[in-house]
Design a protein around this ligand. Structure first.
Ligand code: GLY
Length: 419
């Protein structure tokens, strides 16, 4: 957006990328509570904002879009009721049962300790289970029997912890564990017209080889042609059909939705099953899509806000895109004290990659510190092949980043492939 208009950012911390691009565009950057819809709407009105974009889970669940629309600010993003498809996993499952019967894994929602026992017993008939908090948990709430929980008894224990503490919505969806490759479709919409980009592949686990705890995503990729090694055209089209139907359902039920619906699926011989929906771009998968958009992004956003989106408004390069996150060593494992690191941004660009800061602040020129509990900085490369995009990302990290951040070197390698 900063390439084509004056950009202003209301942000949770001094994000170096946002500070840089807003300054370069002649705009401004303000640090505040990103879930305070009243303050954000006031900021938008004070700065005569012509178009607001909200694409982050907690602000969407807090109704920031409702406040902006209420103040008369044209806005891209769903209202709190549109975003319920993300912040209430029980609602998500109901919608899928209604519009795409058979596309949910076996599941049961539990809101009380007694329901937890019953839900696990019911879903365990299908095998090992997965425990998902129904509310938002920053990607770190899902635990799977096998990699994270010893057995279904441990699943009961973890589910009780959530229900009894009231955290993450105070309820859980107990789901059948499905061992199949996962992919996401990040549909862009004005609420009616749906533009469908290449499928993306996310690496949610903390360590190489998909081991360790779940995270918000350690990296992601997209391939030329829009498919993935395990994903047929037929499955891609079927997934896009479900995405279109969800967007139509939200419109019919008067749940305002514009922006991105990020839909996650399992694909195996049994067909497609829905993992979940995000009412926003995936992080980092959204960076893959942004890196492939060729032109006209701000115009497309304006059209998403005013209901005039058309199929040809978001031309995308037919290339590979790889994003790798650098994270603090404690990320998804424990509390981080804040780590100093350096990046030579110009050198990263010389390696054919780019830098997008996330949970980090600049301490002095070229020197940064991790903040909060999320991922610190993304390195992205777009090339003709996934191998060359991986190599540009790795070259940039090895040669241009110093400090004790960690990253997965297998982003861009698919299950069953060797490095
Ligand atoms: N990468 C998963 C998410 O954005 O929640």
């Amino acid at each position: 957006m900063a390439e084509s208009c004056e950009l202003h950012a209301f942000m949770g911390h001094q994000n170096p990328t946002l500070c840089d691009v807003t300054r370069g565009s002649g705009g401004s950057a303000y640090v505040g509570n990103v879930c305070d819809g009243k303050a954000i709407a006031g900021y938008a009105v004070d700065h005569s904002i012509a178009l607001a974009v909200v694409s982050s889970d907690d602000p969407l669940a807090a109704g920031v879009v409702d406040h902006l629309l209420g103040a008369g600010v044209p806005t891209v993003g769903p209202t709190r009721s549109g975003a319920e498809i993300e912040w209430n996993k029980a609602f998500c499952r109901q919608v899928v049962d209604q519009i795409a019967p058979g596309s949910n894994p076996a599941y049961a929602v539990a809101r009380t300790p007694a329901e937890v026992e019953r839900a696990v017993a019911k879903v365990a008939e299908h095998g090992p289970v997965v425990v998902k908090p129904v509310g938002l948990a920053g990607g770190k709430g899902v635990r799977v029997v096998g990699p994270h929980l010893a057995d279904n008894d441990a699943a009961v224990e973890y589910a009780l912890e959530i229900v009894e503490s009231g955290r993450h919505g105070g309820a859980v969806s107990i789901e059948e564990r499905i061992s199949a490759p996962e992919f996401t479709i990040q549909a862009m919409t004005d609420g009616q017209i749906v533009v469908l980009p290449p499928a993306t592949y996310d690496y949610p686990y903390r360590f190489e080889g998909d081991t360790g705890p779940g995270t918000g995503g350690m990296g992601s990729c997209a391939l030329p042609g829009g498919l993935l090694p395990f994903l047929s055209r037929e499955s891609y089209d079927a997934a896009c059909g479900i995405v279109r139907d969800v967007i139509a359902y939200l419109a019919e039920t008067r749940r305002h939705f514009s922006g991105c619906l990020n839909a996650g699926f399992f694909a195996d011989a049994r067909g497609l099953r829905v993992i979940e929906f995000n009412a926003r771009f995936g992080d980092p998968e959204g960076i893959n899509i942004m890196s492939l958009v060729e032109r006209g992004w701000t115009d497309a956003l304006v059209a998403m806000a005013d209901g005039s989106l058309s199929d040809d408004m978001i031309p995308m390069a037919n290339r590979a895109s790889v994003v790798t996150y650098l994270v603090a060593p404690e990320y998804a494992l424990g509390i981080s004290a804040g780590h100093r690191f350096s990046i030579d941004v110009d050198q990263v660009r010389a390696h054919g990659a780019d830098v997008l800061f996330s949970a980090a602040v600049e301490r002095e020129p070229g020197s940064y510190q991790t903040v909060g509990t999320s991922r610190a900085v993304a390195i992205v490369a777009t090339e003709d092949t996934v191998e060359s995009a991986r190599s540009s990302v790795a070259g940039a990290i090895i040669n241009c980043v110093s400090g004790d951040l960690e990253w997965r070197s297998d982003i861009g390698i698919f299950p069953g492939e060797s490095p």
